[in-house]
Design a protein around this ligand. Structure first.
Ligand code: CA
Length: 227
């Protein structure tokens, strides 16, 4: 999931950025309405988390400007005593709201629900041969064996699984999983692919994660590597 957080309070912003990063999300942070609006319009996020009270432009104005151009799901953060804000936010096109202080797990559940709504055709379970990826529970099985992945390994596997049978370049993977745009950083991809392969493929057959020399990687069932 790629998420934009627009929040001016450094403590809340830092906490959300860290927590969502640990869940394998790519997180951009804006600490005022002007930067938040710019980022929300310039990039395609799965969800925008938008505080109401912001310096520069307030959250409602950001929401209205965004809604004039895009349907990115938005969850608004409001203070406890601002009940009218919630009504106004929903009226202006917010998809959901949370009242501060909120629990991180509740925010996470709402974000996942909104991101899923943005991709209605996607099943909650991705399958390649006997590999199963449960996107909600974030569980991976190969046959009956549970495979434990780090957050980044899981994100990498999901990116490949959503495009199974398609060759993905290192640059594309770096951008989709790490939000990096530089070819020089693709060594990170090689290292992560090796770790992922050791976990999902090494003890199993058929092999699923293949290197296509000079092109990238593909996830599909084959008896052995073609290269
Ligand atoms: Ca605020």
């Amino acid at each position: 999931m790629k998420i934009l957080i627009v929040e001016d309070e450094p403590k809340t912003a830092g906490y959300l950025q860290r927590g969502l990063g640990e869940q394998g999300c790519i997180v951009d942070l804006a600490c005022n309405g002007i930067d938040g609006q710019h980022l929300a319009l310039a990039h395609d996020y799965d969800v925008v988390v938008l505080d109401v009270m912001l310096p520069g432009i307030d959250g409602f104005s950001v929401l209205r400007t965004l809604r004039a151009r895009k349907q990115t799901p938005v969850i608004m953060l409001t203070a406890r005593d601002q009940v009218e804000d919630r009504v106004k936010g929903l009226h202006d096109g917010a998809d959901d709201y949370l009242v501060k202080p909120f629990s991180f797990l509740e925010l996470l559940a709402r974000l996942q629900a909104l991101a899923r709504r943005g991709r209605p055709q996607e099943p909650a379970l991705l399958k390649i041969a006997d590999l199963q990826i449960d996107l909600m529970a974030r569980k991976v099985l190969r046959g009956n064996a549970r495979i434990n992945l780090t957050a980044k390994e899981f994100a990498l596997l999901v990116v490949l699984a959503r495009r199974q049978g398609e060759i993905l370049s290192k640059t594309a993977i770096a951008e989709l999983v790490w939000d990096m745009n530089f070819d020089s950083n693709t060594n990170v991809v090689e290292v992560a692919i090796k770790r992922l392969r050791d976990k999902i493929d090494a003890p199993f057959s058929p092999k699923l994660l293949h290197t296509i020399r000079g092109m990238g990687y593909v996830l599909e069932p084959r008896e052995k590597d073609a290269t």
